[in-house]
Design a binder for this molecule. Sequence first.
Ligand code: 13P
Length: 257
Amino acid sequence: MTTSRKPLMAGNWKMHHTHLEAIQVVQKLSYRLDDRDYKAVEVAVCPAFTALRSVQTTLDSDRIPIALGAQNCHWESHGAYTGEVSPAMLAKLNVRYVIVGHSERRELFGETDDAVARKVRAVLGAQMSPILCVGETLEERDLGSTDEKVAGQTRAALAGLKADDVARCVIAYEPIWAIGTGKTATPGDANATIGVVRNTIRELAGSVADETRILYGGSVKPGNTAELMAMPEIDGGLVGGASLDPDDFARVIRYGR
Ligand code: 13P
């Protein structure tokens, strides 16, 4: 990657770790990282909603320079939306990143491109950064429509935003067939698809595309991080399973330096 884009390694804990477990994991992770790691790589963890406050206070009281992320939010700031959490509520917890449009939310919970676009705007409006997820199914890949799919999702989420706002977004390219399967896109394929996303951002917002961090996600592990991060377009990882264990995640972060 180019030097102007600081790599981001974000752990998506999905529906794992109680608040007590989350505190332990983030403390153990911090024991394994040092200033050189934080200088070279921005580190974030995205716990479940129930653990956000506990992780926030742990990070604050121990002065751990790990950013806090959430995994989802609603687009309204408040109201009669039983079960939902608003961007304003997350911002008050010092949340810096909110994952938006993860494929599990799109596929399992029916989240549409329209909902994703609203969430992106709401997260930006609350002074946080969305980590917008895009990616193709295996079927789409086999049909040769990967580029069209990721470009379409990127346009649907970002079209109409000011360049300044686009500059605050992070994108995660996660091929759906590589999530939790142990299969990873080859570094070359991931690099090429991320290049397509970057070109789409360039069409929408101009030169901020060169500053936008675009992560790869899908079975990122200590053993494949270095080769992925050696690719010029890949600016970090959105890490699921390997981020649950502090040893594994620390190794991913170190290989990502
Ligand atoms: P895995 O790293 O477990 O494949 O999950 C990837 C992912 O979905 C991160 O958001």
